[in-house]
Design a protein around this ligand. Structure first.
Ligand SMILES: C[S@@+](CC[C@H](N)C(=O)[O-])C[C@H]1O[C@@H](n2cnc3c(N)ncnc32)[C@H](O)[C@@H]1O
Length: 354
């Protein structure tokens, strides 16, 4: 993390002697740009092949050595690179999280992050009016090349997060014995479906999503050789009626990062369709930023509140556990439980259909 304070700096910050807003504004924004630039240029993947001198790296990346050196020095200060003598190499952090061939590569999410940051330009007007500022990217004209590029970055980013961090979720829940059919509502990139299918060898997943999402999911299924076990149904989960789309009763349904996109009444209506698609005894697994589930962690709280504010610009928000519990119990779900995850940010809620 770029803001690594020495013990003295930590004490001074706690004593309110250091100008913390200066660091929050300039350094946090600056490091975000530096990281995206480095991922876009391919700095980490190139150094992943071997340590390099500045001039070798500059010629490989087709950069000006002096311009590149400024970027590399910042990446060293932020803990992403190490420099010894004349050579640069990736830190452990960069090796684990930012290399193309790492199973926990989240560089695609880093590259997608400026699209999220762009939403914050609407903040002053949002705060004054509390109105939705723009349509969800999914509702834009998907024939436009710009929207296609944006959605491709979005789904690639989400897929990378799911595949890098999703194992914790798979191990945290226990599917009903003998579960065979999983429905992944708004599951697009299919990263979570793929992890469940890999863990439960008899499971078959059906992903419901809009067409661009499905194309991303088909790529994931092909990459992981799971084409036989993941099917896709193009559907608008808000407008379409599920029974006409689905051929079976499901043992499990995932509702992952959907709630924050939708107003409360729409969530209730979509969840009603999801619950109807489950067999009695079937399990609903809900994953999202849940506003009261931050467990005293500042990092969690920041992530959850950021999401709540950001998605307000596109008409969504984040909800507390009692609200989600009320929605689910009204729909006949029992054993509604919140589960804490080690990775800060999202929380898991499970429930069982009577
Ligand atoms: C934030 S993403 C979450 C994706 C995935 N479930 C995850 O947790 O990473 C929201 C997903 O909902 C899908 N989505 C949004 N509105 C939808 C709609 N009306 N019908 C179907 N899918 C929709 C998007 O395509 C996208 O895949």
């Amino acid at each position: 993390m770029p803001l690594r304070l020495t013990p003295l700096e930590y004490i001074l910050a706690r004593l309110n002697v250091l100008p913390v807003p200066l660091f929050d504004e300039l350094l946090a924004t600056g490091i975000a740009h530096v990281l995206v630039t480095a991922c876009d240029l391919g700095v980490f993947d190139t150094l992943g092949r071997r340590e390099m001198t500045l001039s070798d790296l500059a010629s490989e990346l087709q950069c000006h050595p002096q311009g590149l050196e400024l970027l590399l020095r910042l990446l060293v200060s932020a803990g992403y690179l190490r420099q010894r003598r004349e050579r640069y190499r990736n830190s452990h952090m960069a090796r684990r999280w930012l290399l193309h061939d790492s199973p926990t590569n989240i560089a695609p999410y880093v590259i997608h992050s400026p699209d999220i940051a762009a939403l914050w330009e609407h903040l002053p007007r949002l705060v004054r009016t509390n109105q939705q500022m723009m349509r969800m990217p999914y509702e834009e004209d998907t024939s436009s090349p710009e929207t296609q590029r944006l959605l491709a970055r979005h789904y690639a980013g989400l897929a990378s997060l799911a595949l890098a961090l999703g194992d914790e979720i798979i191990h945290r829940v226990r599917l009903p014995a003998g579960a065979q059919y999983l429905l992944d509502v708004g599951g697009s990139h299919a990263g979570f479906s793929a992890l469940f299918c890999r863990h439960y060898s008899h499971l078959h997943a059906t992903v419901l999503d809009l067409q661009p999402g499905i194309e991303a999911g088909q790529r994931t299924a092909a990459q992981l050789h799971l084409e036989e076990r993941i099917s896709f149904i193009g559907s608008d989960i808000v407008r379409d009626d599920f029974p006409t789309l689905l051929a079976t009763d499901y043992d499990v349904a995932l509702y992952f990062h959907i709630a924050h996109l939708l107003p409360a009444d729409v969530n209730q209506a979509v969840l009603a369709k999801v619950v109807r698609a489950l067999r009695p005894g079937g399990q609903l697994i809900f994953l999202d930023q849940v506003t009261d589930q931050t467990h005293g962690s500042h990092l969690s709280s920041l992530m959850v509140q950021f999401m709540a504010l950001t998605v307000r610009t596109i008409g969504g928000t984040c909800y507390p556990f009692p609200t989600v519990k009320k929605w689910l119990e009204k729909l006949g779900m029992t054993r509604v439980r919140a589960h804490r995850l080690l990775t800060p940010g999202a929380s898991l809620i499970t429930a069982v259909k009577r």
